[in-house]
Structure formats: C-alpha cells, structure tokens
Design a protein around this ligand. Structure first.
Ligand code: DC
Length: 227
C-alpha cells in the first residue's frame, strides 16, 4: 500500500520546518522541504550573477538553473552534489528565494521535481511535505493538509532565536514582512490555505501542542481511510 502524505504550508517563521521534521521523525516518514529547492535556485542565481525580476529572459535562465537542482528525501543537490543547509539559509539566499519564487515557469519546473520526490517518498511509506503551495498546487490530494500561522511578532522572534540573532529582531521583522508580502501577493500560487486544510494559529502554542494537534489529524485521517 502507498504511504500517507501530510502537507504543511504557512509563512516564514510559522514553525513549519521544525514541526514537519518532528512529525516525520515520530511517524517514520520522509521529510520534504520544498523551500530548499527555491533556495538552491536562488543560491545558483546569486553565484552566477543572474539578476532576478528581469522578466522573461531571466525566467528562462532560472528554469535552466532549476534543471540542475534535485530533491531526494531530505537531500537537495545541485549538479548531483548535496548542498549544505547553512549555504541555503543565509539572509541573501532567503531574500533571493522569495524574489525568484514569483516566476511561473520556474515554479512549474520545481513543482515537478517536488511531486517526483513525494511519489518516491510515498513508495517508502509516506512524507511530510512543507512549503507554501503544497496543499493548493503541488499535492492537492494529500491525505492531511495543515496551514500553520502565527502573529508576525511571534514569527520574527522565533526566527531571531533560531538563528541566534535576537539583537536583529527589527531587521528580521522587516525582512519577514517583505517576504510575506511577496509570497502572498504573487500571481502564481500565492500563499493561502488549501481547500480542506486545517488552519492552525500557533501564536502562544507550545511546540509540543502543535505537534500533537497535527498527529491527531493524521490519526483521524488514518481511521477514516481504514473504514
Ligand atoms: O520555506 P522557506 O523559507 O525555506 O522558502 C524559501 C522561499 O521559497 C520562500 O520565500 C517562498 C518560496 N517557496 C515557495 O514559493 N513555495 C514553496 N512550496 C516553498 C517555498
């Protein structure tokens, strides 16, 4: 039997990554981080000096870069070589990833890569897939769909603590607001809850509370499926 897919979408700092990792580890599923594919293209674009926001010509260049990216389970690679997580998480790559992710053609290529990774993971028991458009576009048939959110204040604080840069809270808040705007206002696959998604505002919730809430949704879905 094919495994379950759990889609977790939400804005930056909503806790998606740590929650997805934890759920995958508790249920023995593969954790797929789709944001890493956008980050890998952003890293390549910065390295190769491709300026984003340049219309169709840039779109074509970005598609060529995207074809060099692969996603297998938890590993993102460029030209067949695994990329270190730290290289994908710099502020420059974060800002660039948000900018390039509005490209329609680029998204089409990355969505295909993500779907293949999810099919591969399904055959290995299932996956927790996190991103912005997993429930709406990439895997609308996911058995469980969750949309995580939290207040802008709390998301910025979590991000600052996570990266050990609490002194830069205001700068982080500003950068996050800009990414939120770009992610939710873009024409292609804007960030929004999928139909059938359970929205969870995690402001004031503990990590464990969020994890248990999602685990109970998974349990419910499994019970329904076995009826
Ligand atoms: O989740 P993240 O912060 O690593 O994602 C990096 C960027 O990639 C983010 O600004 C939006 C974009 N992204 C996207 O558009 N769709 C996804 N499924 C995942 C990420």
């Amino acid at each position: 039997m094919e495994g379950i897919v759990i889609a977790i979408d939400g804005p930056a700092g909503s806790g998606k990554s740590s929650v997805a990792r934890e759920i995958a580890s508790r249920l023995g599923l593969v954790n797929l981080n789709t944001g890493a594919t956008y980050r890998a293209v952003a890293l390549l674009a910065l390295e190769e000096g491709i300026v984003s926001g340049g219309g169709e010509s840039t779109g074509g260049d970005l598609v060529s870069l995207a074809r060099r990216v692969a996603l297998h389970g938890e590993t993102v690679s460029i030209d067949g070589e695994a990329v270190r997580d730290a290289a994908l998480r710099t502020p420059e790559v974060s800002a660039e990833a948000s900018k390039i992710s509005s490209g329609k053609k680029l998204r089409e290529v990355l969505v295909e890569i993500q779907r293949e990774a999810a099919s591969e993971a399904r055959r290995q028991g299932g996956a927790v897939v996190e991103g912005r458009d997993i429930g709406t576009v990439v895997l609308p048939d996911a058995e469980v769909k969750v949309f995580l959110s939290a207040s802008a204040e709390e998301r910025a604080m979590r991000r600052a603590r996570q990266s050990g840069r609490v002194g830069e809270l205001e700068r982080i808040k500003g950068a996050m607001a800009e990414r939120d705007r770009q992610d939710s206002e873009r024409e292609t696959s804007p960030l929004r809850p999928a139909s059938g998604a359970v929205s969870l505002d995690t402001t004031g919730m503990s990590f464990e509370e969020v994890v248990s809430e999602i685990l109970s949704l998974v349990e419910k879905s499994r019970r329904t499926a076995s009826r």
